[in-house]
Design a protein around this ligand. Structure first.
Ligand SMILES: [Zn+2]
Length: 128
């Protein structure tokens, strides 16, 4: 089930989404460069209601250039999450459709460690 936001409520991505995208799209790879330029134009259309923080995007494609990915849906970027204790409880995946940011998925592999977008943001920002 998804939480839907009213049109116009979110003109730019919330800070948690923007920070995680910045951490994951952090290379000079042309795909990452193009996707970083799309982030300011992004809004969150819906979020997974289980609390994981997985977010589905809306993007006005008239404002931005598509990334040079293959057409269709691909995982354009991913980052493994590593806790302070060195455990790997999950990962975040950034998917694109036709070169445009489509959704950010927070995946949990752990039964003991809660993996959310907020936790992912913390772990990505504290990694060395
Ligand atoms: Zn979820």
């Amino acid at each position: 089930m998804l939480v839907r936001y009213r049109d116009g409520m979110n003109e730019s991505p919330p800070a948690d989404v923007a920070d995680v995208l910045a951490a994951v799209l952090n290379t000079d790879n042309p795909v990452h460069v193009a996707l970083r330029r799309q982030v300011p134009h992004l809004s969150v259309r819906a979020r997974c209601t289980c609390g994981c923080g997985t977010a589905y995007f809306d993007l006005d494609t008239s404002d931005v250039e598509p990334a040079p990915t293959s057409p269709s849906t691909v995982v354009a970027a991913e980052a493994q999450l590593v806790t302070e204790a060195g455990e790997c409880p999950g990962e975040v995946l950034v998917s694109t459709q036709d070169g445009y940011l489509a959704w950010l998925e927070v995946c949990s592999w752990s039964d003991d460690i809660e993996v959310t977008l907020a936790a992912a943001r913390h772990w990505l920002q504290t990694r060395s």
